[in-house]
Design a protein around this ligand. Structure first.
Ligand SMILES: Cc1ncc(COP(=O)(O)O)c(C=O)c1O
Length: 381
């Protein structure tokens, strides 16, 4: 592993973001294996690299998009399908899961008869006016206690408003296809999922009683990644979900999910290089050539705590690792146990950096950011 990484670094330089498509395929297959009833819509926001979309498309994945650009990143693979079937292909392959869409976006996606989420009455009016070909999915506010990134303070209708919002959409001449939720990203508290399913089931059944023929549920993302050994196993969550699906919903409904992190986080490592070393207030500061404005953007936007390993051995101490920009905010971590004897030109390795990293990187201070290299792009026959 170390030799292979060093060889890649020799050829490509640093910082180097190494994305292994074999792991992406394995993660997708694990998801499908343990949740066989669930159709996987990969959340493109987690890492929108085009080659990831291509790999997953060939695996049979569908996609969750949040903007016109992301929509088109996926649509290019389905545009050749027969016209008469296109609506079903679009629905089968893409859900537009941003509950708030601007008018221009709605107007531009109208011709594709998309499946879109909503959580308020102003959105119903907007969809009616600018994209009345859409099928609707009502996003609910659900508990997100303990999740690494909370969602419910910004998205989701209160369960108490749900029936009215379904009624209002049908009154406007639109069709509500189902209900969605998101329990927060990196959700290790599985009660969030069971509570969300219970809330969804109640609303689903009372809507059906009123004659609204909902036929799908979308359980969002949040599937946790083993960043550390305390994270409970995906298989355990899948068992809970499968038995709750059986208990709470009819067999013939469609179940969608929008995993992002689960599919890509473990598929990438980053090699960065020490470009400066200083002792500040007694602590070793390693200045590296990547930081929070670049591949480590997840430290800010994703509340992520990155890990670092050195390629060299040495007596360890608590060090700081900071980014290359001329900005004091660019501190990746002030407490990392690393050998104190590393020098300018030595490398650091960060695992599990595939999600919410390059997706939200900037070019601040004129710094381009990591080069991306792909491993195992083609599946072994
Ligand atoms: C609507 C929606 N779906 C899916 C996801 C993916 O979530 P995760 O990466 O936790 O699986 C997100 C990300 O936050 C999201 O906002």
């Amino acid at each position: 592993m170390k030799e292979e990484l060093l060889e890649l670094v020799e050829r490509n330089g640093t910082p180097l973001f190494i994305l292994d498509h074999k792991i992406i395929r394995e993660n997708y297959r694990t998801f499908k294996k343990y949740l066989p009833r669930v159709q996987c819509y990969y959340a493109v926001k987690a890492n929108s690299n085009q080659q990831i979309i291509e790999t997953l498309f060939h695996e049979g994945s569908s996609f969750d998009v949040a903007s016109y650009h992301e929509f088109m990143q996926v649509y290019q693979y389905i545009k050749h399908f027969e016209k008469k079937d296109k609506k079903y292909y679009v629905w089968d392959k893409i859900i537009f899961s941003n509950t708030i869409k601007d008018r221009t976006t709605l107007h531009r996606i109208k011709e594709y008869k998309p499946l879109v989420t909503y959580d308020n009455i102003a959105e119903v009016k907007k969809i009616k006016e600018y994209c009345d070909t859409a099928g609707l999915v009502l996003r609910l506010k659900v508990p997100d206690t303990g999740s690494q990134v909370e969602m419910s303070s910004k998205f989701g209708a209160e369960p108490g408003e749900a029936q009215d919002l379904i009624q209002q959409a049908f009154d406007a001449g639109l069709t509500v296809e189902g209900i969605s939720f998101h329990v927060g990203s990196q959700c290790t508290n599985f009660n969030n999922f069971t509570e969300a399913l219970a809330i969804t089931s109640e609303i689903f059944h009372s809507a059906r009683k009123k004659g609204f023929n909902l036929n799908l549920i979308d359980i969002g993302g949040g599937f946790p990644v083993p960043y550390d050994p305390q994270v409970p196993e995906f298989e355990k969550l899948a068992n809970i979900l499968n038995s709750e699906f059986k208990r709470l919903f009819p067999d013939d409904i469609q179940i969608l999910a929008e995993p992002g992190r689960f599919i890509v986080a473990t598929a990438a490592v980053l090699v960065s290089e020490i470009i400066g070393k200083a002792r500040r207030d007694g602590k070793v500061f390693y200045h590296i050539n990547d930081g929070v404005y670049h591949t480590f953007s997840g430290v800010v936007y994703d509340h992520w705590i990155p890990n670092f390993r050195a390629f060299k051995n040495g007596e360890t101490e608590i060090c700081a690792v900071v980014g290359p920009t001329c900005d004091s905010f660019d501190k990746i971590s002030l407490s990392v146990e690393l050998p104190g004897n590393l020098e300018v030109g030595d490398y650091l390795l960060t695992d599990n950096i595939g999600a919410y990293s390059i997706a939200s990187a900037t070019k601040f201070n004129g710094i381009e950011g990591a080069k991306i290299v792909h491993k195992n792009l083609n599946p072994v026959a």
